[in-house]
Design a protein around this ligand. Structure first.
Ligand SMILES: *[C@@H]1O[C@H](CO)[C@@H](O)[C@H](O)[C@H]1NC(C)=O
Ligand SMILES: *[C@@H]1O[C@H](CO)[C@@H](O)[C@H](O)[C@H]1NC(C)=O
Ligand SMILES: *[C@@H]1O[C@H](CO)[C@@H](O)[C@H](O)[C@H]1NC(C)=O
Ligand SMILES: *[C@@H]1O[C@H](CO)[C@@H](O)[C@H](O)[C@H]1NC(C)=O
Ligand SMILES: *[C@@H]1O[C@H](CO)[C@@H](O)[C@H](O)[C@H]1NC(C)=O
Ligand SMILES: *[C@@H]1O[C@H](CO)[C@@H](O)[C@H](O)[C@H]1NC(C)=O
Ligand SMILES: *[C@@H]1O[C@H](CO)[C@@H](O)[C@H](O)[C@H]1NC(C)=O
Ligand SMILES: *[C@@H]1O[C@H](CO)[C@@H](O)[C@H](O)[C@H]1NC(C)=O
Ligand SMILES: *[C@@H]1O[C@H](CO)[C@@H](O)[C@H](O)[C@H]1NC(C)=O
Ligand SMILES: *[C@@H]1O[C@H](CO)[C@@H](O)[C@H](O)[C@H]1NC(C)=O
Ligand SMILES: *[C@@H]1O[C@H](CO)[C@@H](O)[C@H](O)[C@H]1NC(C)=O
Ligand SMILES: *[C@@H]1O[C@H](CO)[C@@H](O)[C@H](O)[C@H]1NC(C)=O
Length: 794
């Protein structure tokens, strides 16, 4: 579909000096827009497609409705073929669960008479015709009613341009519009309250909307808006009507139209406005909309200052400049004639999707006064802690520090750091309290800056010591078990995956304690071995050849393992009530990054560890259906979801680095493509994308440790700007289509015999990593494998 439109842009790539290099032609904003079922988003990236700046509050794009409810996935607003229900200012990118946002909308119409009913989008929703067009900072589509829509935006404002086909020119504003949950699940969003008023000249309108719910079951949040048209409409009226989500009998009443100002209170009405141009010769109507979490005045100021002209090209240029300067230019590879265009597109598109979230809401926190930065849409850290945050630490250190300060400030004012957070409210925690891992990762890599580490450690300690009593909102809901037994008992949900995550969380605490509270380091280190309590050395695999023995196994509080009908390759629904979350015990039994040494030992030593690893990459070994979290993947190893992200690299721990290269590269090539179905599952705020970037760099970070594993780069020359102003250069001599096995490595000019290195080696002052690659797989590493700093036995 949209491929052609995107590729034509490549021709106009300008490449003058390095400083001005424009990387935006290499971004395909549709990668992840589609899943394995053509035309549907289901099982795809759930990405946002539209106009946005890095970490933008505004992500301006179309909202759609998909016809087949069983596979409808509208989390990012955009779907390849869904009917357009509106164009809205706020979106998430890459999330699963119920949609969040899709608020502050407009919809261009060419008819407002019967059968149109503003309370029923099914009467005006639109098919699209032709091909959607998207590039960094802009989006355009054609509706069946003949209206051409093009969108551009800035950090807190968006510009919407409509070309109408004839005399009928209307724009509907629906304050009560949001992205619904197609199946009407428990985490659907709600519209709670709204108001809208039209100014004297009919050109501007202002108001607010209040919404709640979504995947994080979030508390109500309010968005103020300020809209303006470039041309005064001759007719401008508000409307209000019954909250139709309450209508049970199928008849949607008509709204009441008329008046300059309307508010939802006291009857809980839906509210909106309709603008009509009856005496305007121009076919084009433009609108700018600013939003704020603080006030209408701020929303208007954002609109006026961030989008000073009506010239779309200016806005696109400004957005691209920001993307190039703040994001793309941090990783520079050769973009000349001889470059592999597919690899360029995969690299820069991945960087793009990694930087749509979280949202920088500094100055826009309505909940408390603070000098700390404010960020939202950590959605979720469960996804991004594994390698996304480690890449941010290197290439966007200012943002990374700012985000960490915000996490700590949330703890200060609301009690807990989030694992997920959106709409100014924490939720949900799928497993552990993984902000702990993020803080520890930054701490061991030397981040100090303006981070208050006394409070940072206190925030982590709260997670580790004060139970949230069965809640999934924040903290650790099964901490009572953890403190009582040293593991999560089978009486609690997700007992195995939470034990695995709490173990790493406590290791994270021990890492920070070493500097901040040395007397507590050992206690948390000991607790980080809790996963070992759940390791039953006698549990066999089921329906596998060969049979592997020794797995994480459900255990009761009295210390007995429950092996009744236990098959580690299955996990029932693999969700909230299961023993493991979005992955099987078979997979989670590999996820102990802080103590791989014990893991290898428990699996029977290096040889059986290796054969178990080999097994999970074999086709048709999966025994469970992970639904949209593993669609089309038949191996136990599931690269479509986060828990297994580091697993392909575990061969480094037994000094068979070539196998890590082989497995990880094969996964990347099979599942990551320059195509709408180009990522193997929800991109999860860019988590899947950052996995690919690390793969292309030839490195993989071990979170909570200042350690990077070496794999094999996809480019022969990479310059990365790290630590603000230093350069890491990665070169690959001998790289070719079939020539990617490491023959040798030099770091800072020195022959390197280890398949890993430390942060200080090249990530602080910069440096060089020189790979020599070839077609032969060889065991080139002669020194010890990567460390297990959490090595301790219970
Ligand atoms: C909806 O999608 C499911 C899964 O692809 C399919 O089995 C079903 O036939 C579809 N229903 C309709 C009405 O198209
Ligand atoms: C469209 O209207 C239907 C029927 O009223 C409603 O269920 C759905 O949530 C609406 N969708 C959007 C995107 O507003
Ligand atoms: C109605 O809304 C307009 C535009 O926001 C505003 O200027 C005006 O003060 C409002 N009037 C009343 C009575 O609230
Ligand atoms: C503004 O809209 C109102 C209500 O539709 C209309 O009566 C009025 O004439 C419009 N004003 C202008 C300047 O067109
Ligand atoms: C049925 O729909 C009408 C509007 O058409 C509404 O007034 C009434 O309250 C609805 N009845 C129920 C039981 O929902
Ligand atoms: C609209 O109805 C939904 C569902 O019953 C409810 O959650 C929400 O609070 C209502 N909104 C208003 C403004 O009353
Ligand atoms: C990387 O930097 C070196 C040293 O400045 C330069 O010679 C080389 O051309 C750069 N390579 C790329 C791909 O930017
Ligand atoms: C680009 O690299 C990919 C592997 O990432 C390979 O499949 C493709 O053939 C290469 N394209 C060209 C034109 O060399
Ligand atoms: C976050 O937003 C604030 C306010 O717009 C801005 O000053 C700051 O530079 C931004 N931080 C980052 C890392 O983008
Ligand atoms: C959890 O339960 C304990 C004991 O009942 C109570 O003291 C504590 O406040 C509860 N914590 C939360 C976060 O609700
Ligand atoms: C043991 O596992 C089986 C199978 O999952 C389950 O039905 C049973 O309730 C479990 N026993 C206890 C004591 O939890
Ligand atoms: C990099 O930035 C730091 C902090 O601003 C500064 O102290 C240092 O001199 C800079 N180094 C280089 C090589 O520019």
């Amino acid at each position: 579909m949209n491929q052609l439109t995107f590729l034509t842009l490549l021709g106009i790539a300008i490449r003058p000096s390095e400083a001005q290099q424009d990387y935006t032609p290499f971004v395909n904003p549709f990668i992840g827009a589609e899943g394995p079922i053509p035309g549907y988003a289901y099982g795809g990236g759930d990405i946002f497609v539209g106009a946005a700046v890095p970490f933008g509050v505004v992500k301006l794009g179309i909202d759609t409705q998909e016809d087949n409810v069983t596979i409808a996935t509208i989390n990012g607003g955009y779907t390849p073929r869904g009917l357009v229900t509106g164009v809205s200012m706020m979106h998430e990118s890459g999330t699963g669960g119920c949609p969040k946002y899709g608020v502050i909308s407009q919809m261009p119409l060419t008819n407002v008479g019967a059968p149109i009913n503003f309370l029923d989008n099914t009467t005006y929703w639109q098919k699209r015709v032709g091909q959607d067009e998207a590039s960094v900072g802009s989006f355009a589509t054609d509706l069946e009613n003949g209206v051409h829509i093009s969108l551009t935006g800035s950090r807190h404002a968006g510009q919407l341009r409509y070309e109408f086909p004839g005399d009928q020119k209307h724009v509907l504003v629906d304050v009560s519009h949001f992205l619904p949950e197609p199946t009407g699940g428990f985490c659907t969003q709600h519209y709670l309250d709204g108001s809208i008023g039209i100014a004297e000249d009919n050109k501007t309108y202002t108001g607010h909307g209040t919404y709640a719910g979504g995947f994080n079951l979030g508390a109500p949040y309010t968005v103020y808006f300020c809209g303006e048209f470039d041309t005064a409409p001759q007719d401008a009226q508000t409307w209000h009507g019954l909250n139709t989500s309450r209508v049970a009998n199928g008849t949607t009443p008509q709204p009441t139209i008329g008046g300059r100002n309307v508010t939802a209170k006291p009857n809980g009405d839906r509210v909106g406005a309709i603008f009509s141009w009856t005496d305007v010769s121009s076919s084009t109507i433009q609108s700018k909309v600013g939003i704020s979490f603080i006030s209408i005045e701020k929303a208007c100021a954002f609109k006026d200052t961030e989008l000073p002209s009506w010239n779309e090209d200016d806005h696109v240029a400004a957005a691209r400049k920001e993307w190039n300067a703040d994001v793309f230019s941090k990783i520079r590879v050769d973009t000349g004639e001889s470059a592999n265009a597919t690899n360029l597109i995969l690299l820069y598109s991945s960087l793009y999707f990694m930087h749509l979230m979280p949202s920088n809401r500094t100055g826009e926190n309505p909940l408390w006064e603070s000098d700390e930065p404010s960020w939202d849409d950590f959605y979720c850290i469960w996804d991004t802690f594994r390698n996304t945050i480690s890449l941010s630490h290197l290439i966007t250190p200012e943002a990374s520090e700012s985000q960490i300060r915000s996490l700590i400030d949330i703890y200060r004012h609301q009690g807990y750091m989030p694992d997920g957070r959106s709409g100014n409210d924490n939720g949900l925690s799928q497993g552990g309290s993984n902000a702990d891992n993020w803080l520890a990762d930054a701490y061991v890599k030397g981040m100090r800056g303006d981070v208050n580490w006394v409070d940072g450690y206190a925030a982590m300690r709260k997670d580790a010591e004060v139970s949230t009593n069965g809640s999934n909102k924040e903290g650790r809901g099964a901490l009572d078990d953890w403190l009582t037994y040293g593991y999560v008992t089978e009486a609690s949900e997700r007992s195995i995956s939470r034990s695995v995550e709490y173990s790493l969380n406590d290791f994270a605490l021990s890492q920070v304690a070493k500097g901040e509270k040395p007397e507590e380091a050992e206690k948390y280190l000991n607790r980080s071995a809790g996963w070992q309590h759940l390791w039953n050395h006698d549990t066999p695999s089921v329906k596998t050849t060969p049979v592997f023995t020794g797995f994480l196994t459900p255990k009761s509080g009295d210390g007995t393992f429950n092996t009744t009908n236990y098959n580690p390759a299955t996990c029932d629904v693999c969700s909230w009530p299961s023993v493991t979350y979005e992955g099987t015990p078979f997979e989670y039994s590999f996820v102990i990054p802080h103590d791989v040494e014990t893991l290898i030992d428990f699996m029977g030593g290096q040889t059986s560890f290796e054969s178990r690893l080999d097994y999970i990459f074999q086709p048709n070994t999966s025994q469970t259906n992970l639904g949209a979290n593993g669609l089309g993947i038949t191996t136990i190893m599931n690269i479509g979801n986060e828990p297994d992200f580091a697993t392909p690299y575990l061969y480094n721990y037994i000094n068979k680095q070539w196998k890590s290269v082989n497995q990880s590269r094969a996964l990347a090539r099979q599942f990551f493509k320059n195509a709408p179905f180009g990522v193997p599952g929800n991109s999860d705020s860019g988590a899947l994308n950052s996995w690919l970037i690390w793969q292309m760099l030839g490195l993989y970070p071990i979170v909570t440790q200042p350690v990077y594993l070496l794999s094999s780069p996809w480019f022969s020359d990479i310059n990365m700007t790290i630590n603000g102003n230093r350069t890491l250069r990665i070169t690959a001599e001998g790289l070719g289509e079939d020539s990617y096995f490491v023959q040798g490595v030099k770091i800072n000019g020195k022959e390197w015999q280890k398949n890993w290195f430390l942060h200080d080696d090249v990530m602080v002052e910069g440096g060089t990593i020189e790979f020599t690659l070839g077609e032969e797989n060889v065991v080139w590493e002669t020194e010890d494998g990567p460390p297990s700093p959490g090595h301790v036995r219970v």
